[in-house]
Design a protein around this ligand. Structure first.
Ligand code: NCD
Ligand code: ZN
Ligand code: ZN
Length: 425
């Protein structure tokens, strides 16, 4: 089977390559990037006016299997990924049971191999049951394929455990992904602590709770030499802490989530619990700081923190509804609308933050266009206007505060190993 993608703007951030070109794909691999207009192919995709980029990489998704198939399965999550243009994803371990043993990790990776439309990698929990009490067998989990250690959803508070985990991670050279939240400071709130939380009678989640743990984990990384990846950075001071740590050579990276560069806490007044996410949507200054962090390289990657929950759960009162929102199918639209089209991030840098940079953080064989390599390719229409319709999502869940919003920029075709897994051309 030979496929020709002709006349697209081919962009490969790894080499800063950007030019009008054709691509030929054969037996799942890229065989030509250049002029191939005369090539006879079984399948021809006309990419005139479209961007042809490496398959996107999301290093922060929740696929809920095992445990919560009503929210998402590996199959449905992977379909949402494909529809969003993501060809490689990293699953978080807060399933039930948690991904804290080799058996559960094997189950996830095996199910992904059998059922997923895209390449699914997995993290492993740092502590059993994500309870913050006893370290998992990090070395065995790494050998079994875990690409990062994290208790995402919770922060390990015991400094002895954290120290030990960082020490082992440094030895294995596996990144620790840190969900930063000092639970002793944030318990009970649902929204950013500020004007809106006070207005809604919510105790609020202070920015300081996130910043304390960012600072703590930076120090652990500095002390142990471990690689630290800060997840879903949402506050201005959090961005600044990472900026300063990078400047003095700490091995730290950071991710920004689309909802943190596009929405403020005021969204809760419009979307209610659909705008309840952890860390919370913050102030306009924080949003600006996340954008600046992405622009100056302090934040290396855009990651969705795709966190599906049923609308029944999201219909609960603010204090009881779960934290989280789905992100895979809106990420490209938000990145183009809020960052690229507003001139905050160059097109090349935006694509880099969705491909080669996150792949590099997690050591994934992804995020580049290279002859001889797997044909994981995403085609984006950078100016296509569309309205977010959760009913059209491929995810099992529709919990998004972006419903009804008009976005500019959309994934129109996704290819994994040369096979088209999503087509909206
Ligand atoms: N982000 C969220 O608000 N929720 C995530 C957990 C997490 O990423 O911390 C979830 O699993 O639902
Ligand atoms: Zn988290
Ligand atoms: Zn998460």
């Amino acid at each position: 089977m030979k496929t020709l993608i002709k006349n697209g703007t081919v962009m490969n951030p790894d080499t800063e390559f950007s030019r009008t070109a054709d691509m030929v794909i054969e037996d799942g691999k890229i065989v030509t990037i250049g002029d191939a207009s005369m090539v006879e192919a079984d399948q021809v995709i006309d990419a005139t006016g479209l961007l042809v980029v490496p398959g996107l990489v999301d290093i922060h998704v929740h696929f809920r299997d095992p445990g919560f198939p009503q929210k998402e399965t590996i199959r449905s999550g992977s379909m949402a990924a494909a529809a969003g243009g993501f060809t490689s994803v990293v699953c978080m371990p807060n399933t039930k049971p948690a991904i804290d043993t080799v058996e559960t990790l094997d189950y996830v990776l095996r199910t992904a191999k059998e059922q997923a439309a895209v390449k699914v990698y997995s993290s492993a929990a740092m502590t059993y049951g994500i309870k913050g009490e006893e370290l998992t067998e990090l070395k065995k989990l790494h050998q079994a394929g875990a690409v990062t250690f994290t208790d995402d959803g919770r922060t390990v508070m015991d400094p002895h455990l954290v120290y030990e985990a960082f020490r082992i991670a440094a030895e294995l050279d596996v990144p620790i992904s840190s969900h930063c939240e000092d639970h002793r400071l944030v318990s009970g709130g649902s929204l950013n602590r500020g004007v809106v939380s006070r207005q809604l009678g919510d105790p609020g989640i202070p920015a300081l709770g996130e910043e304390l743990i960012i600072a703590r984990d930076i120090l652990f990384a500095e002390e142990t030499g471990a690689r630290l990846h800060i997840q879903h950075v949402s506050t201005a001071r959090g961005v600044q802490l990472i900026r300063e740590a990078k400047a003095r050579g700490v091995r730290v990276t950071g991710e920004g989530a689309p909802h943190h560069f596009s929405l403020t806490d005021e969204q809760a007044l419009v979307s209610g619990t659909l705008a309840k996410v952890n860390p919370p949507l913050r102030t306009a200054q924080d949003v600006e700081a996340v954008i600046r962090g992405l622009a100056d390289g302090t934040l290396d990657a855009i990651a969705t923190d795709h966190a599906p929950h049923t609308l029944d759960e999201k219909s609960l009162p603010l204090a009881q509804a779960p934290f989280g929102l789905v992100g895979l199918e809106t990420a490209v639209g938000l990145t183009f609308t809020c960052l690229v089209h507003r001139g905050k991030l160059s097109l090349m840098e935006a694509i880099a933050k969705l491909t080669v940079r996150p792949a590099h953080i997690m050591g994934l064989p992804a995020g580049k266009l290279q002859v001889g390599q797997a044909a994981d390719i995403t085609v984006i229409n950078p100016v296509k206007e569309w309205i977010v319709d959760p009913d059209a999502f491929h995810s099992k869940s529709q919990n998004t505060p972006f419903k009804g919003m008009r976005l500019r920029g959309k994934t129109v075709l996704t290819m994994v190993d040369g096979n088209v897994v999503y087509n909206d051309l």
